[in-house]
Design a protein around this ligand. Structure first.
Ligand code: FMN
Length: 671
């Protein structure tokens, strides 16, 4: 791949950016009382070394009212300038020509009262389902004070050595709250017509521009389409972009929609590059640089977007969290070596919601860069890894890079373990990318895979390794329900793997992640493929409506039975609603708060949420997704032989892929 555009410099006003990869603002939960920390310095210095052109840092809250969550970076007081200066020095010190900007952030009604310890403020007192708060409408004093806060923060950014600032005017934050007619109910000069609704952002821009040096770049991040009923659609974003350009904004960074929208923005099921048309829409109507954003996780796709003239630069956010060296690797032509973001959100978005520091399923080093460099070994030793699921593969990769002789023992004829299954349901396909990445590293680092080898103590003795990693994963828990051994009752993973039949009227027992994913799989079973859809509609063999109905779903019925009051308890916050909505769209039926009491040949008996006996008839297939237990029988036996053995992944206790990969990295880097 030649990369004719991605690695060419471009200018924003007079600021030269060395290439077109922009790291957009990503909140990390790593600041301490608003102050920059060593962890933040190291995290971003690593991304600068990795070769991206521009790094945007934040969001950095410009006023106490604007604080979204604790552990955000603050820019609302001069006391933060020294640490901010240390930060820009660390980033510029890591690579001289990298540009670094501060994102000026104000969450308005997305602030939570328990965080800011007062009622949040917004254009109007319009309830937010994101923060679950009703703000108070800003009066004139609030308006002037918060606008000034943006300008003051911009000055602090400049003093601290940032090369630019970006106003966070996207995702439904304060600027959007003034722009949108579904939030802004004001009847004064800040509400009503678009001209009035634009007044708050435009006055803010004017204040900022008046406060910083003339040459200092001021960008704006804006939603490409609010995707909220009654709010601003992408076609109506053009006058807003034009107004920003006229007000002196130097670049526009176009994202997707709001946090409150019911259209997924960041999850794995969002097709890579899906929202680039939003940047194109703006680019066609302004003359300042435009950035495209969201789910562009690969330099090849980034190049294609640029070559198609959809944007002037590409935001790669989680992609650079997963692999800071993505740009360098692309320049060197080492495309296979890139650790791709798969949009799982387990460590980043979901981690933040759980108030944890940012993490990454693909990159266990994230947010701990200084302490996790891979240490080359001094003495070559032989490592035996039993099992090749995500933990086994990550341990193999890390140990091999460090110089160990690594052997994976896999009982199947393919590597991947659970990865071979979790990527199957619609929208979960990115897990397959993980598998492809590891397949490459196995070759690259000379890892030996012993396929079709069921490990016994004899195999271990004969192989005589220096270390053993037990990564044999889990086994299903079969619930003790009468009839569970019936011929038409199967384990969920066997269905996903294609090892057992799918019925016409299916019941899944267990509404956790696996049960929900299986429900989606079954509801879409036998549907038209995208290629077939395109072919048949191009040739007008099928009418569009007819073809569409066959494209979205198959012809199987699914009911999920869950004993808890809600399904998806073990799914991350950002993914749960997406999968549950998808089930709704597919007509999956949920019975929650129920207890299955008997499985007969063609029916299921259960007690419902109000303890009434019920029967579901005409059921021809039942699948249980009722949890797993560690498959660790070999552990003690190998230990008894006197070998050093570590359990990784979920052999110790059931774990998420994030946890499995994280512990595998840690242990493989420690030995
Ligand atoms: C954990 C996390 C935190 C984020 N924080 C911010 C933020 O503070 N400001 C902002 O404009 N966007 C924020 N975003 C959105 C990202 O900048 C980016 O647009 C999004 O992740 C999609 O790009 P990607 O698919 O390349 O990651 C955040 C995204 C994630 C995953």
């Amino acid at each position: 791949m030649k990369f004719l555009k991605l690695f060419t410099p471009f200018k924003i006003k007079n600021m030269v950016v060395s290439n077109r990869i922009v790291m957009p603002a990503l909140h990390t939960n790593l600041a301490k009382n608003g102050f920059m920390t060593d962890k933040l310095n190291n995290l971003y210095a690593e991304r600068a070394k990795g070769g991206c052109g521009l790094i945007l840092v934040g969001g950095c809250y410009v006023s106490h009212y604007g604080m979204g969550v604790p552990m955000m970076i603050a820019a609302d007081d001069d006391k933060f300038i020294p640490k901010l200066t240390e930060f820009t020095e660390a980033v510029h010190g890591a690579r001289e020509d990298v540009k670094v900007g501060m994102q000026l952030y104000h969450s308005g009604r997305y602030s939570m009262d328990f965080v800011i310890k007062t009622t949040p403020i917004s254009s109007s007192a319009t309830y937010s389902r994101f923060s679950k708060c009703t703000p108070r409408a800003m009066d004139m004093e609030d308006i002037k004070r918060e606008q000034q806060a943006f300008a003051d923060a911009a000055v602090r950014a400049q003093k601290a050595g940032f090369d630019c600032v970006e106003i966070c005017g996207s995702a439904g934050y304060l600027m959007d709250q003034f722009l949108s007619p579904i939030v802004n109910m004001r009847t004064d000069k800040y509400g009503g017509s678009l001209e009035n609704r634009l007044r708050f952002p435009l006055e803010t821009i004017e204040l900022i521009k008046g406060a910083v040096d003339e040459d200092f770049v001021v960008g704006m991040r804006m939603a490409g389409d609010d995707m909220m009923e009654g709010s601003i659609t992408y076609k109506n974003k053009i006058p807003i972009a034009n107004a920003y350009e006229d007000a002196g904004i130097d670049y526009l960074n176009i994202t997707g929609a709001w946090h409150e929208t019911k259209v997924p923005q960041l999850t794995m099921d969002v097709p890579p590059g899906c929202y680039t048309y939003l940047a194109e829409n703006i680019k066609n109507n302004v003359s300042i640089p435009v950035f495209a954003s969201n789910r562009i996780n690969d330099p090849v796709l980034a190049e294609q977007v640029l070559m198609a003239d959809k944007a002037d630069a590409i935001c790669i956010g989680r992609g650079l969290m997963a692999d800071p060296y993505l740009p360098e690797k692309a320049i060197r032509g080492e495309l296979h070596d890139i650790m791709h973001c798969i949009g799982c959100n387990q460590g980043c978005f979901d981690g933040l919601f759980a108030m944890k520091p940012i993490g990454c399923l693909r990159n266990a080093r994230l947010a701990n860069e200084a302490k996790t460099e891979l240490k080359p070994i001094t003495e070559k030793k032989k490592i035996m890894i039993i099992g090749s699921g995500p933990a086994g593969l990550e341990a193999a990769r890390v140990a091999a890079i460090r110089g160990y002789e690594v052997h994976i023992f896999e009982k199947e004829d393919r590597i991947g373990g659970l990865l071979n299954i979790v990527h199957i349901p619609a929208g979960r396909h990115e897990f397959y990318r993980m598998l492809e990445d590891y397949q490459y590293w196995i070759q690259k680092y000379g890892i030996t895979v012993h396929y079709g080898t069921e490990v016994t103590t004899d195999v271990v003795k004969e192989f005589n390794p220096d270390f053993v990693f037990l990564a044999t994963g889990t086994l299903p828990i079969k619930p003790p329900i009468p009839g569970i051994d019936g011929e038409h009752v199967y384990w969920a993973n066997d269905a996903l793997n294609g090892d057992v039949p799918i019925g016409n009227n299916n019941v899944i027992i267990g509404g956790g992640a696996t049960g929900i994913e299986l429900a989606i799989f079954i509801a879409k079973y036998g549907k038209l493929s995208l290629e077939a859809f395109e072919f048949l509609t191009n040739y007008k063999v099928l009418e569009n409506d007819d073809a569409l109905s066959k494209l979205y779903k198959g012809n199987k019925k699914v009911t999920v039975m869950e004993m808890l009051p809600r399904c998806g308890a073990n799914l991350g916050k950002s993914t749960k609603w997406v999968l549950l909505d998808k089930c709704d769209m597919l007509g999956v039926k949920f019975l929650t708060g129920v207890n299955v009491t008997n499985i007969a040949k063609d029916s299921i008996s259960y007690t419902d949420a109000s303890d009434k006996e019920q029967v579901l008839n005409d059921v021809d297939a039942v699948y249980y997704a009722t949890g797993v237990k560690p498959n660790n029988e070999l552990f003690k036996e190998i230990q008894a032989l006197g070998f050093v053995v570590e359990r990784i992944g979920d052999v110790k206790k059931p774990a998420t892929v994030l946890e499995a990969v994280g512990t595998a990295f840690k242990i493989a880097n420690k030995i």
